[in-house]
Design a protein around this ligand. Sequence first.
Ligand code: GLC
Length: 408
Amino acid sequence: MMMPERLQWFAQARYGLFMHWGLYSVLGRGEWVFNRERWEMTDYAKLADQFNAEHYDPKTWAMLARGAGMRYAVLTSKHHEGFCLWDSKTCTFNATNSAAKRDLFGEYVQAFRDAGLKVGVYYSLGDWYNPDWARGFQGDEAAYQRFMDYTRALLTELLTDYGKIDILWYDLPQCYTALQWQAVDLNHMLRNLQPDIIINNRAYTSEDFGTPEQHVTAAPVGRLWESCMTLNGHWGYSPYDTEYKSPKDIAVNLATVASGGGNLLLNVGPDPQGRIPDQAQQILSQVGDWLKRNGESIYDASDRHSLSFNLWGPVSVQGNHLYLHLQNYWGNELIVGGLIPNVLEAKVLSTGQPLTVTRRNHQTILTDLPAQSPDDIMTVIKLTLDAKPEHDISRVIGAADIFPQLIN
Ligand code: GLC
C-alpha cells in the first residue's frame, strides 16, 4: 500500500530534536521532580517567578538542530506539571504569566519553521496542576467532563493559533484508557484543524507512529516509528548529570534507526534561562559534522533488511548499496561473511578511498583499509553490489539454535 503523502516527510526525516523545558528546569532535577519530591502545587507554582527565559533565542536552537543534521523538532508545550509554554486563554498557569512574560511556544514554532524544520508539539494528557486530574475523577462525572473540555480547549489552542503544526506528540495517557480519553473523537477533531498532522500512539490509539523509548527497536514493516532518547540520562534540565552519550553512541543509534527505517528523536533539556547546555551542543554539532561526511548512509538508506549478523556494527541498505558502520574497527582487513551478491565497488564513504575486494568461499574480503579508523567518530564503508544484498547464513554453525530469529 502506498504511504499517504502527509507521512512521507516523516518516513524520511530520520533525526529530530526533542526538548523538555518547563518549570522543572528551574530545579534542575528532571521533569518528574514535582511528583517524586512530593511538592505541594502552591509551592511548586511559585517557580514560575524564576522561570525567566532571559537567554531564550529559539533561532539559535533551530540553528543548532540544523547544524546537527536534524530535520524536525518537538517541544514540550505542557509537561505533566501542567505549566503551558504558550499564551493560553484557558490555563493561566502559563509562560506569559511567568517571569518570562512571553509566548515561548509561539516563538519556537516561528523560529523552527523559518529555519525549514518541521515543527512538533509535545502535549502531556496527564496534568498535575489541573485539580480535576490531580484528584482523580473517582466517579465524579462532572469533574471528568470538565477535564475533557479543558484538554480539548488546550489542544485546540495549540493547533489553531500557531499555523501549521507537523506532529502532535502525546504523553502520559496512564490512568485512563483510549476510551476514557475519547482519543478517537479527540484526534478526529484535531485532524480537522490540521489535516496533515502526524500523531503518535500515546493517547492509546495506534495513529501514525510508534514511540519506543530509550531503545531502538524497529516496528514491523509498514509501520512508522521513532525512538526517543535522552542525550544524558534525563529529559528535563539536570546540570549534575554529565553522563552524556558520545557522538559515536549517537552515530551508532542513527545507523541502527536507519537500518530499521525509523527516526531518532534525541532529547536535550534547556536551562530555565533558555540555554541548551554546552556539552549537549558540542555533541550534537560533532554528530552533525559526522553526518555531513556520512549522511548518505543514514538519510538515504532505509530499506528493511536482515543483515545484522556481523562483528562490526549496524548495516543500512539502499537498493544495491550496502553501508557498513564500523562501530568496531578491525584494522586493514574486513571480512563480510556469507554475502551472496558480488561487490562491484567498495570504498570508504567519507574519503572515497577505494578498497580491494576478493572472495574466498563464503567470505567477501575487503583490504587496504587504513590501520586506524579514518573517521574519528565512526567509519562507514559503502559497497555497491550487482544485486540486492542477501546473506547466506546456512553455514553459520549452530545458527538455528543460537539465532533462531535469523531463520524465522
Ligand atoms: C518518559 C518520562 C517523561 C518524558 C517521556 C518522553 O516517559 O517519564 O517525563 O516526557 O519519557 O518520552
